[in-house]
Design a protein around this ligand. Structure first.
Ligand SMILES: *[C@@H]1O[C@H](CO)[C@@H](O)[C@H](O)[C@H]1NC(C)=O
Ligand SMILES: *[C@@H]1O[C@H](CO)[C@@H](O)[C@H](O)[C@H]1NC(C)=O
Length: 387
């Protein structure tokens, strides 16, 4: 009784206080407006809704064009019609590097599949279903960031729609060997690792906990040649999130998903499109600003239709969607460091524009409102990058 009556007497007090506060803010606003113009700005403390810069419309338009789109559409149509026998010589976007794509199909036992077998036929029907769904869904959708919790976190967790409190996204740069971040990395609620880089022997530098294994489908394709699609440097219970590089690799996905204990989650194709646009925007911007050349010339120096965001970039984007706080490790390079901490690979693949991606990370940390294409409704979590 006493409590509720006290609440009642307090309520008008609160209202008055609130009024005073509003009035005070208002006065300051008006005072700050020397011309006395009377605009009530919708300013809130959320970073993203701070003043959005005016984006250059030409850059936005160029970034929205996917040069590889017609070829991809044609490839998908052919696959859906069942014409895929002679794809052996097709170049994949990573086949120029250390990956050589073997398009011969394998069963879950790792043996080559006979094209006329019932097992193949069953696989083929699922393949068509998944590929056509994926292809239909593949378009630009700026709100996709807000769907990631449901699409990834919920699938992994089974029940919780809550974001992870803290995440570490661990890239594979050789700079990781220069610090002992292992313990710090493992102290995050979720640790996202990339492309099956091993942690064994590097625990001091990279930690040992893995919550999500983020890979591209070329990696899964390599796993698919092994018995049971063995793809688990981090253990059999670590879920895999994967983006599709080539539509044919839905076969690997189906074979591997069926033989794995935990789900393999294919990234939403709308999420892929969003990542592609953002990286291309930063790449175009950097290209005109540093070379002074025309935008039309961008393609010839960036792999044209093979141009692609890096796995690391999309893993960070995933972190933004499913975590309340993102720490980034193992991104960036130094003359003293290897390209990857776990291999001796030297050259960076020219289909990626790492410099442009660093520009993107810089905006992410210092002024996320300057990032194009992502819906205003999305609230960026704080991001910290460890060097
Ligand atoms: C937009 O960028 C293009 C390419 O760099 C440039 O030619 C054009 O002048 C820019 N437009 C504006 C309004 O700044
Ligand atoms: C992948 O595996 C999960 C179980 O781990 C299953 O629920 C899902 O339907 C599978 N997806 C496909 C496409 O077979």
């Amino acid at each position: 009784m006493y409590y509720s009556s006290m609440k009642r007497t307090l309520r008008p007090l609160y209202s008055i206080l609130l009024l005073i506060l509003v009035a005070a803010t208002f006065t300051i606003r008006v005072m700050l407006h020397p011309n006395g113009s009377f605009q009530l700005k919708h300013e809130s403390p959320i970073v993203k809704t701070l003043k959005k810069p005016v984006f250059n419309a030409t850059l936005l338009r160029y970034a929205s064009i996917d040069i590889g789109e017609p070829k991809l559409k044609q490839e998908i149509d052919e696959l859906l019609e069942g014409r895929f026998r002679n794809r052996g010589r097709q170049r994949s976007f990573l086949s120029s590097g250390k990956y050589h794509i073997d398009v011969r199909l394998r069963s879950s036992k790792g043996t080559p599949l006979q094209l006329r077998s019932p097992e193949f036929y069953r696989l083929w029907l699922s393949f068509r279903t998944y590929l056509s769904d994926w292809s239909r869904k593949r378009r630009f959708y700026p709100d996709v960031m807000s769907d990631l919790v449901n699409e990834v976190k919920l699938l992994i967790d089974g029940h919780s729609r809550k974001k992870y409190k803290t995440c570490a996204v661990v890239g594979n740069s050789g700079i990781l060997l220069q610090s002992d971040y292992g313990k710090l990395i493992d102290s995050h609620e979720a640790v996202i690792r990339l492309n099956n880089a091993r942690t064994t022997r590097f625990e001091k530098n990279v930690g040992s906990k893995t919550s999500i294994s983020f890979v591209n489908s070329n990696i899964l394709h390599l796993c698919a040649r092994r018995e049971g699609c063995f793809c688990h440097p981090y253990g059999l219970n670590v879920p895999i999130v994967m983006y599709i590089c080539q539509p044919l690799q839905f076969f690997d996905y189906l074979v591997c998903n069926a033989s794995h204990k935990v789900p393999i989650i294919v990234t939403d194709p709308r999420f892929d499109v969003l990542c592609a646009r953002i990286v291309k925007y930063y790449s175009l911007k950097r290209f005109v600003e540093s070379s002074g050349k025309d935008l039309d010339q961008w393609g010839s120096t960036h792999g044209g239709s093979m141009f692609h965001y890096s796995s690391g970039m999309q893993a960070i984007m995933l972190g933004l969607g499913i975590c309340e706080k993102v720490s980034v490790f193992g991104f960036g390079r130094s003359d003293l460091a290897r390209h990857h901490y776990h291999t001796n690979q030297k050259a960076e693949l020219d289909i990626h524009d790492y410099e442009a991606e660093y520009d993107f990370y810089h905006d992410l940390i210092t002024r996320p409102e300057a990032i194009p294409f992502i819906s205003d409704k999305f609230m960026f979590p704080p991001v910290v990058m460890y060097h």
